[in-house]
Design a protein around this ligand. Structure first.
Ligand code: MIC
Ligand code: SF4
Length: 642
């Protein structure tokens, strides 16, 4: 039987397991990346492992999420990351150099390699034929130390592309179309491989837009073949030697095949507050727009920006609209400046922001109250923009510009002539903003600089054999890690200060949660389906752990979050019968006995002492995961093993 592209890379990197779908496998990791919002914690964790130098082929620390430096906290964290990177063999991408995924694609990604990153959009690397996963910071720390990365062997889905995109219909619309078809849960447990004749019509940055948003499907990762288009991209980046061809075997077997004819697509839009809430742009024609934001790791490539500049050239944006443009990298920004396209953007009335995540993570540019914001980003979760009642829609750069010019949601095909974008023969290469690590010899004298905002990692709480505690919180379906541990300009500087962060835990859903959980000392949480979707932030597990949450019960969990819960020593268990969700109420006293036995058998009985009802729970832990839970988290487990 032939292999898919992903299976070929897995086979080559397999450290344990036998590639049976649903079983645990572990992989050798070639490259890692971190960003600043998750990086400080990941490097603190790496330091506790006592390893001098990273064992990966390449590890890069990016500063891109919080570049405001309002107050010392943030600047201190950046200095910490810079110095710890220098000491331990990690490349450091300075603030302003760009968004981790865009820069990694341009400068470091290699087809056929494995990459894990402490950011859920790491699968952007799939656009260049990498097997790239989003992971918790602890998993990244372990991989930097040479440890394997553990996942559940995924199913294989194939999206077969035919045809060719029409003008003003883009790779972003392909991402929105697959979200319309599959929903935010449709990719759970699967790797999505893109193939078919239509693939040949998509450039590497367009492919990366698509694999980037595979994260919103809940997919383990997404990947494109590595072909002549990949080679051309690498050549233009001065890295042709990194090219290898990669394709699936003709007789590879897929668990699901989805056909999309690119020629039949039209501009699409994701409505508030979920990326799978898809309608056509034309169906919302005339909706007033207050703000437009262009950029993020989904749509900030040179190709995207050149199209934006061409559409804006010689025009002025509507008075009622505020437009921001954040190019994805220093390379993109410099090239825009050199060819004059940046002037066209500025002249239109746009505000050009730094090459960073910016508004995507709520770092400024929050919409006005109840404002409508059209964004080329990948997430439109409630409150993520920083404005609780803001209405965020996700669109392509072309649809974004059409709204900025008209002040309303507008199908770009109606207001623009076809635009022609000439891509350069070569990208401009200047890596001065990537600082290489110290040599092994020099590294001994490098001092790691720590600011006072870096607080101690919370103490491990081993999972006990029985637990009686209150259900401090009951929440519904599709709870995101943005609900559990919000980000934004006010909170992001405290990512290395768990006690301070804990005040904001679940605040979007319930402002008194933090105080109640702390007072209860130990507690349960009940969630609906797809609990923990979205960001990879391990803080969404570490903070509840700090607040005493011991067990999370849900109808189902998102992949990265379930791993983060286990890594933090919180036991995730599922309701055997999802309808039992209605039988349990917030405030009930719940009890679990013989937990260790239950971990082995996969079955536990939850006694609701308040209602007197017994509820069946199911779980499935590997020996390693049981060990982690009993030790009180991955750090304690690793320490115990050494
Ligand atoms: C996001 O898009 O939510 C983030 C911010 O990039 C996160 C990481 C984080 O919370 O630091 C992600 O996607 O993993
Ligand atoms: Fe940054 Fe937004 Fe991409 Fe997350 S989704 S990495 S916040 S640009």
């Amino acid at each position: 039987m032939g292999l898919t592209i992903a299976q070929k890379i897995i086979k080559e990197h397999l450290r344990s397991g036998d590639m049976t779908v649903g079983s645990e496998i572990s992989l050798r990791i070639d490259q890692t990346l971190t960003q600043d919002a998750t990086g400080t914690m990941a490097y603190l964790e790496f330091e506790t492992m006592g390893i001098d130098r990273v064992k990966t082929e390449k590890s890069v620390a990016y500063i891109d999420h919080n570049t405001l430096q309002s107050g010392f906290e943030n600047a201190d964290d950046h200095r910490y990351i810079q110095s710890v990177a220098k000491k331990h063999g990690i490349y450091f991408s300075r603030p302003g150099n760009g968004i981790c995924h865009q820069v990694h694609l341009e400068r470091f990604g290699k087809p056929g390699k494995t990459l894990i990153g402490s950011d859920s959009h790491t699968p952007t690397g799939g656009g260049i034929g990498m097997l790239a996963f989003g992971a918790g910071g602890l998993d990244v720390a372990v991989a930097m130390g040479g440890g394997a990365y553990f996942i559940t062997m995924p199913k294989m889905y194939k999206v077969n592309l035919t045809g060719k995109l029409n003008p003003f219909v883009t790779a972003k619309d392909v991402s929105l179309e697959i979200l319309r078809i599959l929903s935010v849960k449709g990719g759970v447990g699967a790797i999505i491989e893109w193939g078919g004749e239509g693939v040949k019509t998509l450039s590497v940055p367009e492919r990366a837009t698509i694999t980037n948003m595979g994260t919103e499907l809940g997919a383990t990762t997404s990947i494109f073949p590595s072909d002549e288009i990949t080679r051309d991209f690498l050549k233009k980046q001065g890295r042709e030697e990194d090219y290898i061809p990669l394709s699936s075997d003709a007789d590879a077997v897929y668990d699901k095949v989805i056909d999309i004819n690119l020629s039949e697509l039209e501009p699409l839009i994701a409505c508030p507050h979920s990326p799978d809430n898809i309608v056509t742009v034309s169906s919302l024609k005339g909706t007033k727009v207050d703000q437009v934001c262009i950029g993020s790791c989904t749509n900030s490539s040179l190709f995207d920006m050149l199209k934006v500049a061409a559409m804006l050239k010689g025009k002025t944006i509507k008075d009622s609209v505020s437009l921001s443009v954040s190019p994805g990298s220093k390379q993109v920004l410099t090239m825009l400046a050199d060819c004059g396209a940046l002037s066209d953007i500025i002249a239109s009335g746009a505000r050009v922001l730094e090459c960073a995540c910016g508004p995507c993570i709520g770092m400024g540019f929050s919409p006005n109250s109840a404002g409508v914001s059209l964004r080329t980003f990948n997430r439109n979760f409630e409150g993520r923009s920083g404005t609780k009642d803001g209405k965020v829609y996700l669109v392509s750069p072309e649809t974004a510009v059409a709204a900025a010019l008209t002040g309303e949601i507008t199908d770009p095909r109606l207001i623009c002539e076809n635009i022609k974008v000439d891509m350069p023969e070569k990208f401009l290469i200047n890596d001065t903003a990537v600082l290489p690590p110290a040599s092994l010899e020099e590294s001994k004298s490098v001092e790691v600089l720590r600011g006072p905002n870096i607080k101690k990692f919370p103490d491990a709480r081993p999972q006990t054999d029985s637990l009686t505690a209150e259900l401090v919180l009951k929440v519904g379906d599709n709870i995101t890690t943005d609900h559990i541990m919000p980000a934004g300009a006010k909170i992001l500087p405290y990512r290395s200060n768990i006690p301070y962060l804990s005040k904001f835990c679940f605040a979007v859903c319930d402002e008194s949660f933090s105080e109640r959980a702390k007072a209860a000392e130990q507690s349960f949480i009940l969630g609906g389906s797809n609990y923990g979707q979205g960001s990879s932030r391990e803080h969404a597990a570490l903070v509840p752990m700090y607040l005493g949450v011991r067990v999370v019960i849900a109808k189902s969990f998102a992949r990265i979050h379930i791993a983060n819960l286990i890594n933090a020593g919180i036991m995730p268990v599922a309701l055997e019968n999802p309808d039992d969700y209605d039988l349990i109420n917030q405030g009930d006293i719940l009890s679990l006995e013989n937990i260790y036995e239950g971990m082995d058998s996969g079955k536990l009985i939850l006694k609701d002492k308040t209602s007197g009802k017994d509820i069946n729970l199911v779980c499935s832990f590997t020996e390693r995961q049981k060990g982690i839970l009993k030790a009180g988290g991955l750090l304690a487990f690793v320490a115990k093993e050494n």
